[in-house]
Design a protein around this ligand. Structure first.
Ligand code: UD1
Length: 341
């Protein structure tokens, strides 16, 4: 039987590559679009080694409408799109706001236009818990009001959500959309053939932790310990990237089954909050490595604490994460060791 084709933009990236694997293993035929601006060819080899087949790839930019049209025309019957392709560094977005708006908002507009031209009516969009800003109460539900973003990156996610809700509410709309608000993705595929590939000095916690343990960085600096949290360090909801990838498969299936409203929003997290110090301790327990770390100043713009209420995704999507923090961190370490070797 022919597999149902799903276009995956940013399919060579960190979350995208894991989603490609889970989609294929669930019986779909993923088709990758990537411009390799923040991803590498090695991810494609990893995917191929895991699946034992090559996944079709189109090396194009989602801002390029003509190239997108050519992909939609060549692939024929695309049943849906998962749109991962975007720039994601908070700090960089302050330096290059125009690039962020163009790359994140512009590419969504172009993609929506081409999807409409070709009658493709199912979309899963990568949103972020960053849309909640500094929440007044925890955990955050999908009903928690969003706050003004404190970076152009965060603003692009809010704008894209607004665009998708407006499109869904237009009278002649035929598009069905699921917005997935990711909390903090960590970990790697159990095979250690795909994982996060930060370019340069990592900005995110877990790659910094694993690179420090691997001797590539001298010391981890914990960004502040005087927050209003039990141990004074920031609290986040760290979700295993394979669990996150599986949420996309469930979302795609729901869209294809035409269940629910025309636009729906779901948190994707574990429902647990862990502090930076707890992550360090969990990493040491999970890997037997001693981590060299110190406490530094708070990082400007950091949200003191955020974690997900997952009631809606459990009850409506039937989705819950399965990996523990230790399991996720152990997989990050296995990946780091595979990269070194
Ligand atoms: C933020 C955004 C998220 C976005 C991501 C992209 C929020 C709530 N989240 O994640 O939407 O997708 O950036 O990069 O705004 N830390 C250290 N030392 C380090 C690195 C990090 O202590 O060397 C701490 C941070 O201060 C933070 C935690 O570790 O408390 C996680 O940081 P990080 O991995 O950068 O993710 P967020 O900032 O939570």
């Amino acid at each position: 039987m022919e597999r149902t084709k799903i276009l995956v933009t940013g399919g060579a990236g960190y979350i995208g590559s894991h989603a490609v694997v889970e989609l294929y293993e669930a019986g779909f035929q993923p088709v990758i679009i990537d411009n390799f601006s923040n991803s590498r060819e090695s991810a494609l080899r990893g995917i191929e080694e895991i699946l034992g087949v090559k996944v079709p790839l189109h090396r194009i930019d989602c801002n390029d409408a003509e190239a997108l049209r050519a992909v939609f025309a060549e692939e024929g019957s695309l049943h849906g799109v998962i749109h991962f392709a975007a720039s994601k560094a908070v700090g960089e977005s302050m330096q290059k706001p125009l690039e962020y708006y163009q790359n994140n908002v512009g590419s969504l507009l172009t993609l929506l236009q081409v999807m409409r031209e070709f009658g493709v009516e199912a979309l899963v969009f990568s949103s972020s818990c960053t849309v909640y800003g500094v929440p007044d109460a925890l955990p955050v539900t999908e009903q928690t009001p969003t706050k003004k973003a404190n970076s152009p990156y965060g603003a692009t996610k809010q704008m894209c959500e607004d665009i998708l809700r407006d499109v869904a509410n237009a009278p002649d709309n035929t598009l069905r959309t699921i917005l997935l608000r990711y909390f903090n993705p960590i970990g790697a595929h159990a095979s250690a053939k795909i994982g996060e590939l930060p370019l340069g000095v990592p900005q995110n916690l877990i790659p910094y932790v694993t690179q420090t343990a691997a001797g590539m960085r001298e010391q981890l600096t914990i960004n502040g310990n005087t927050y209003d949290t039990p141990d004074g360090t920031n609290i986040r909801d760290y979700v295993h990237v394979v669990d996150l990838a599986k949420a996309h498969v469930v979302a795609v299936q729901r869209l294809l089954d035409q269940k629910g409203e025309t636009v729906e929003t779901f948190n994707v997290g574990t429902g647990r909050g862990n502090s930076v110090l707890e992550v360090v301790q969990a990493f040491e327990r999970a890997t037997g490595q001693q981590l060299n770390y110190k406490i530094g100043p708070a990082r400007p713009g950091d949200v003191p604490a955020i974690y997900a209420d997952v009631t809606k995704s459990v009850e409506t999507l039937g989705f819950r994460t399965s990996a523990s923090l230790e399991e996720a961190l152990a997989s990050s370490w296995k990946w780091q060791l595979a990269l070194k070797g």
